[in-house]
Design a protein around this ligand. Structure first.
Ligand SMILES: [Ca+2]
Ligand SMILES: [Ca+2]
Ligand SMILES: [Ca+2]
Length: 256
């Protein structure tokens, strides 16, 4: 399917996105000194990247990095952009060759992307790991005066999205409207005792999609981990003998 055809289907689904519950605008521009936004927390982040909480959605974390060496995410009261050292750069917009990579620690639905300074003949692109990209020409914006587009894009937890322009376009970001639709998909371990018998339980936060194994280690200094379970991908519980004074447990992704 061509990029253009795929965009057409996104626009048709905009009505569904508007009905989704608990949607919140993740504000990427700065507002004022007394109103912290997610954008404020991403300001000055470079290629090395950073992980921080999403101010507008409790319990959600975002990881961000700039698109390359010498690039920094830059947030002003106007918009979020990328600044690169050189002549002619619009410091709070994405110029040619500038990018930002975002991922969230839970599965999210992107309901709306709100741009800044998006003019006719300009094009913005959101590349999503493992999915067709969103190529967004100005003509597809649902609201051209406020320059936003309604979307219905599901992004799994820890999936990277690369934001950039193309064709000489200079566009900033005001915000992204999100709904959290799933958990981390990763296991959390808990441990309990019953009459001297240890029980290790694993509970997944959201739908798991990867095989894990449970490992045990007598002392962390030894760093010798022994598999004590068969591969699993859902909630489970194991009984372990308390033969040692100490014991450590971890769930790790099964190797290929
Ligand atoms: Ca720029
Ligand atoms: Ca806007
Ligand atoms: Ca522009």
């Amino acid at each position: 399917m061509t990029a253009k055809g795929w965009i057409g289907s996104v626009v048709c689904l905009a009505g569904l996105a508007a009905m989704s519950a608990k949607a919140e605008m993740v504000v990427l521009e700065g507002v004022d000194a007394s109103t912290p936004t997610t954008g404020d927390l991403l300001d000055e982040v470079g290629e090395a990247g950073a992980t921080t909480n999403v101010v507008e959605i409790a319990g959600l974390a975002v990881t961000a990095r700039s698109g390359g060496a010498g690039q920094k995410i830059n947030v002003t009261s106007t918009s979020l952009g990328v600044t690169i050292y050189g002549a002619g750069d619009d410091t709070d917009a994405f110029d040619d060759g500038e990018g930002m990579v975002l991922s969230f620690d839970k599965a999210v639905r992107i309901n709306r992307i709100d741009f800044n300074g998006f003019e006719s003949n300009e094009t913005f692109v959101v590349e999503i790991e493992g999915q067709p990209g969103l190529v967004i020409p100005w003509t597809h914006l649902g609201n051209k005066s406020q320059d936003y587009i309604d979307t219905d894009v599901l992004v799994p937890a820890y999936t990277e999205m690369l934001f950039h322009t193309q064709g000489g376009s200079v566009v900033g970001l005001d915000g992204i409207d999100l709904s959290v639709v799933g958990g981390t998909g990763r296991p959390g371990l808990s441990f309990g005792w019953t009459n001297g018998t240890g029980r290790v339980a694993v509970a997944f936060d959201g739908a798991p999609g990867t095989n894990y194994i449970l490992q045990q280690c007598g002392t962390l200094a030894s760093n010798t981990w022994i598999a004590i379970s068969a591969p699993f991908s859902t909630n489970g519980e194991w009984v372990v003998d308390a033969t040692d004074a100490t014991g450590f447990f971890r769930a790790v992704e099964e190797g290929p």
